[in-house]
Structure formats: structure tokens, C-alpha cells
Ligand binder design. Structure first.
Ligand code: ZN
Length: 601
């Protein structure tokens, strides 16, 4: 559908028009005034004030305050419900779907903030009969998610941007990137978002962004859920129904979209310096990202990436068009979306195997039409050195490969239960926040459990949002009897949110709690041994274990360096003896693979 306002470029005005008869309000003018046509985006207080104005004017709208954020201000949710029902439970009971739009996670990328405001104004006024798209769907909008970042306004935050004249900052009040915080919840923003998300349980989610990646002719690109990374029912619905219809309908309007342009170049570390002519690829949004997080809860999570090199007006209008199309689709396919989620949730609660990691299948691809600009190495006018760049005088259209198939690389069989000692309260808090059902042991109990030892891992080279993320984790399994205490937690892995449970608790999951340092204390030895003090017990151990003693003597003979090193020899004995700390590098969450009866409260 075309942007309704496209014919009104100087848009700082009050538009008069004939209102629809189905609206009980006698409003015929725009309630709010936006200024994106002049490169201006509203500040945080203005945004909230405008939503309040809309809520005061229309009975179908409500502005709700939730919790708090790191800036000490609440998070707002603006709800548009045609039958004025603002209770998520009864909305669900009616079989309606919920579309949640999140804006301003990166406040320097504000076109979604303007677009959502304009769209809320227009749909409430029933311009172009838009309200018909609320028959089966309730629209929820987070006006500005990163409140602290939105309050920190400047012209100079984004070096590549020409517009808008002033906008917010990427980091939140704690200088964290909120689009990396959906697992770890280091911010109050993420905690409050999680509360909203589980109260409203959206079926479809959109997070609005702007990108400065490669240049091309499109004003907007789309990061859709990757179909191989989700349940096949959802994957098939996406590839066969949802994406073709969204792309097709956007093409009919003024802002054709394509998948996000990430050039395919296995030989380069920074593929943004490669030509999209060699193909582009989809990628999997893992759980730390908004859209990846929502998918763990069987919600279809999208991200739009508007293109900073286009005018701010076009960016807002293209975001507006996509919001409109996504709502139209959600409303028209409401029954199917509703049923799919129900079915997927039931099947995932019974699912045995979970794919933790994936790799791109470079042998499979489709062709898509791509409208780009010729690119290559150009001489920099600043440094005189050659750099990669685009020649905007040379547009082209050609078919390119789109790599959109992934293969699983690590498949984990779910246990019947995970056991989480209550000492790991940060995990318990996050599980409770995410509505995971847990039971507690009713008494101190010894349980036979499957344990992981962390054999190896690498740390990311750079600090990542206050963490040093663990990658390429290798584990070894063992079966042990461990003493648990009354009140320790047991998670039965038979829940609709099984993906969240498994992907948070398995130590090899790329965005799990181990990766994000929650279990780092298990990587330290607490007792160890003294080179002097362990001597007597080391000798006794050797004498009590003649087979091991013979191995030890042989190693000394074969390895002269070892034979000269007192500490290395003691360590060799220590690690092979019962003095070795059994809890050292033992991952604290354990697995029970059979459905045994447990003493639970
Ligand atoms: Zn962004």
C-alpha cells in the first residue's frame, strides 16, 4: 500500500479530511504534528506527550507505564485496540493476534519513532480506512525503548548521518547497547521489556533500526527470522506465505524492500567491503538480539533496517509503509498466525532435539533482483589513500545469489530436567522473569546427575557490553552424585518456552548464560595445592597407587623438562588424585535425563 501522506511533502501541517463513520470520536484533524519532512525527529518528552494526546483523544488507545529504565523513567506501551479491550488475557481469549513494535532501541536510528507516531495518528483517525486492519489484531507500540539514549541528543552522534538534525545516542543510561541485552538483562530497560513481552505475548514483533552498511538503491531492508533456525511450521509459513506477501506488497508501493544487504564473501573479515554482486546472505539473529530473543518464545520477530544515506522523510515513510503492511498481514492471517503459534508451542514442549548452532550452507541459494551501485576502490579525498566506496552515478540492476540456508552444527538432546542450585540466583531471577515454570526440592537430597566439565573455550577479543563473551566452548560429560539443598530449582523441559530453557542453560549455546559470564566462578580453582604442603599427601598417593606411580616414573624418564620441574610433577599427581577439586570447571547446572520422581515442593 502506498504511503497515505506521500502526496504531502511539506508535512508540518494540520490535515483536514473527512473522518470515518465508524469512529465514535468527532476528530477530523491530525492530533499530533510531526516534522520529519524537515529533518526533525521529536525528543523523548515530546514523543510521550504526543502518545498521551492520542490516548486522551481516542478511546481505542491507551498509554500504559511499565516499571523503570536505567534513566529512572518508566517504559511506555501504547496500545491500540479497536474494541477498547486493553487486557492481554481477554484479547488472547478472543483469538486476536498482537503485533508489538519496538522503537528507539538505538535512538540515533529514530525513523521508527516518527513512523509509529504518524501511523498511530492515522489509524486512530481511520485515514484510508486503516482501522479495518485492527479487526483481528491489537497493535502495541513501545514509543522509545532506550529512554536514556533518547534523552542524550546531539547532531554529532552518528558520523555517517546527514539527518535528522539531532537525534539520540546508541548507548543507554548505563552506556550499554540494548540490542545485546535481551539475555543478560543487565539493564532495567531489558527487565521491563521482558515484563511487557510476557504480559502481552505478541505473535509478531518488529524492532525498527537504521543501518550504514553497504550502499544500494533501497530505502529499507528487512532482517526476517531465518527459516532454518525455527520450528518448521513457522519456517514454512515464513518462506511460503509471509515473506512473499510482504515483499510483494511493499513492491507495489513506493518503497520496495529486499533482505538486509550483507555481502557474501567467505574470504573477507569485513564483508561490507565486498560487492553484493557476489551474493548476499541471511543470518541468524541469536538470543541477545531483540528479534532472536522473541523467537525463543515462538513469536515471529523482524527487524527493519532503514538506510541512512536516504532522506529522513523517505526513511520515515518507508518504515511507515512496512508497519502498515505488517499489520495488514497480521490482521488478514490472524487465525493462521494464532494457530501456528499454538501448534509450535505444543510441539516444542515435546521436542527432543534442539539445534544450538548453525552454519551457512554455501551450496544452496536462490536468485533475487538487486538494485545496487557500482562499487570498488576509490581514492579518499581526505587521506589520499584508497578505500572501498560506491559510485552513485552508476546504478545497476542484476540478479544476485541470496544465500538463505543454514545447517545445524550442534544438536543437543534435551534432558528431562535441569537442576539449578539456588546459589545461582541471577539465573533463577531471569527464568522467573521469563515465566519459566520451576519447582524446588523439598529437602536436602543427593541426586545422580549428568554433569558437564568445561574443557576449553575462547574469549572474544574485545569487551562486549561489560562482558568478555566465551566462544567455541568444548565440554566433557560425566555422571556424578551431587548433594543438593532444599530450595534448589528443578526445571522440567516440557514447556512451550523450551528453546529459551535449552539455549540459556546449555554451556555451548552461543548466547547462553555461560557465554555471557554468569557461571565464571566455576572456572576458578578455590583450594588447589601448595608446593610444600602437598608433598606428604602426594607421596602417600604415589605409594598407594603403584600403577599410577609407574606411569609417573616413566613420564619423568621420557620428559627431562618434567623431571626437573617440581611444581609440574606435583600438579600431575594432584590432578590424578582425589585431592583434585571435583567442582573445578564443573558447570553448575546439571541434567537428569530420565523422568525420575524427585522430592519437590
Ligand atoms: Zn540499530
Amino acid at each position: 500500500m502506498k504511503s497515505i501522506l506521500k502526496s504531502v511533502p511539506g508535512l508540518v501541517l494540520v490535515t483536514i479530511f473527512i473522518f470515518s463513520s465508524c469512529n465514535t470520536n468527532t476528530i477530523s484533524e491530525d492530533v499530533i504534528t510531526l516534522n520529519y519532512a524537515n529533518n526533525v525527529t521529536p525528543g523523548y518528552y515530546q514523543v510521550i506527550e504526543m502518545y498521551q494526546q492520542l490516548a486522551n483523544t481516542f478511546k481505542e488507545a491507551k498509554l500504559i507505564e511499565y516499571g523503570t529504565t536505567d534513566a529512572g523513567k518508566p517504559l511506555h506501551l501504547f496500545v491500540i485496540s479497536k474494541n477498547k479491550d486493553f487486557k492481554p488475557e481477554s484479547i488472547k481469549k478472543d483469538g486476536k493476534t498482537i503485533l508489538l513494535i519496538n522503537n528507539g532501541i538505538h535512538p540515533g536510528e529514530p525513523c521508527g519513532i516518527d513512523a509509529s507516531l504518524q501511523f498511530a495518528n492515522d489509524i486512530l483517525l481511520n485515514k484510508n480506512n486503516l482501522k479495518i486492519n485492527l479487526d483481528n489484531t491489537v497493535l502495541c507500540i513501545i514509543p522509545v525503548y532506550n529512554v536514556g539514549g533518547a534523552l542524550n541528543r546531539s547532531h554529532y552522534h552518528r558520523t555517517g548521518h546527514k539527518s535528522p538534525k539531532e537525534s539520540g545516542f546508541r548507548g543507554n543510561a548505563k552506556n550499554l547497547d540494548l540490542n545485546r541485552d535481551f539475555v543478560k538483562c543487565d539493564t532495567k530497560n531489558a527487565v521491563t521489556f521482558t515484563t511487557i513481552f510476557h504480559e502481552w505475548k505478541p505473535n509478531v514483533f518488529l524492532d525498527t533500526h537504521t543501518t550504514n552498511g553497504s550502499d544500494h538503491q533501497y530505502t529499507q531492508t528487512l532482517i526476517a527470522p531465518q527459516h532454518n533456525s525455527m520450528h518448521p511450521i513457522h519456517g514454512k509459513f515464513l518462506t511460503d506465505v509471509m515473506l512473499p506477501e510482504l515483499y510483494e506488497n511493499m513492491k507495489k508501493g513506493d518503497y520496495e524492500i529486499i533482505p538486509y544487504v550483507k555481502p557474501f564473501d567467505p574470504s573477507s573479515e569485513n564483508s561490507y567491503d565486498s560487492s553484493p554482486k557476489n551474493g548476499i546472505l541471511s543470518y541468524i539473529q541469536t538470543a541477545k538480539f531483540s528479534s532472536g530473543y522473541t523467537q525463543l518464545f515462538n513469536c515471529l520477530g523482524f527487524m527493519t533496517e532503514n538506510h541512512i544515506y536516504k532522506s529522513y522523510y523517505d526513511r520515515v515513510m518507508s518504515a511507515y509503509d512496512f508497519i502498515n503492511e505488517l499489520l495488514i498481514f497480521t490482521n488478514n492471517h490472524s487465525d493462521e498466525i494464532f494457530e501456528n503459534k499454538k501448534q509450535v508451542s505444543e510441539m516444542i514442549s515435546q521436542q527432543e532435539d534442539f539445534n544450538l548452532t548453525h552454519t551457512l550452507d554455501t551450496t544452496k541459494y536462490n536468485y533475487i533482483e538487486f538494485k545496487g551501485y557500482e562499487a570498488g576502490m576509490l581514492k579518499s579525498t581526505v587521506t589520499g589513500v584508497e578505500r572501498y566506496g560506491y559510485d552513485l552515478t552508476k546504478p545497476y540492476t542484476q540478479e544476485i545469489k541470496y544465500y538463505d540456508y543454514y545447517k545445524p552444527t550442534l544438536i543437543i538432546k534435551k534432558p528431562a530436567y535441569y537442576v539449578i542450585p539456588q546459589a545461582w540466583n541471577e539465573i533463577i531471577e531471569r527464568f522467573k522473569l521469563n515465566k519459566i515454570e520451576m519447582k524446588q526440592l523439598s529437602k536436602d537430597t543427593a541426586l545422580t546427575v549428568e554433569v558437564y566439565y568445561i574443557e576449553n573455550f575462547e574469549d572474544e577479543r574485545r569487551q562486549n557490553n561489560g562482558h568478555r563473551v566465551h566462544r567455541n566452548v568444548e565440554v566433557k560429560k560425566d555422571v556424578q552424585q551431587i548433594n543438593y539443598y532444599k530450595g534448589d530449582y528443578v526445571v522440567e523441559v516440557n514447556q512451550a518456552w523450551n528453546r529459551y530453557i535449552v539455549e540459556m542453560l546449555e554451556p555451548q549455546a552461543p548466547d547462553g548464560f555461560f557465554a555471557w559470564n554468569f557461571f565464571d566462578p566455576c572456572l576458578e580453582s578455590r583450594e588447589y595445592f601448595s608446593s610444600y604442603g602437598f608433598e606428604a599427601n602426594a607421596l602417600k598417593y604415589l605409594n598407594d597407587h603403584p600403577v599410577f606411580k609407574a606411569e609417573f616414573e616413566k613420564k619423568k624418564q621420557d620428559d627431562p623438562e618434567f623431571a626437573e620441574n617440581h611444581r609440574a610433577q606435583l600438579a600431575y599427581i594432584y590432578y590424578n588424585s582425589e585431592w583434585n577439586e571435583v567442582s573445578y570447571k564443573r558447570y553448575p547446572v546439571t541434567r537428569i535425563n530420565d523422568n525420575v520422581a524427585l522430592p519437590i515442593l
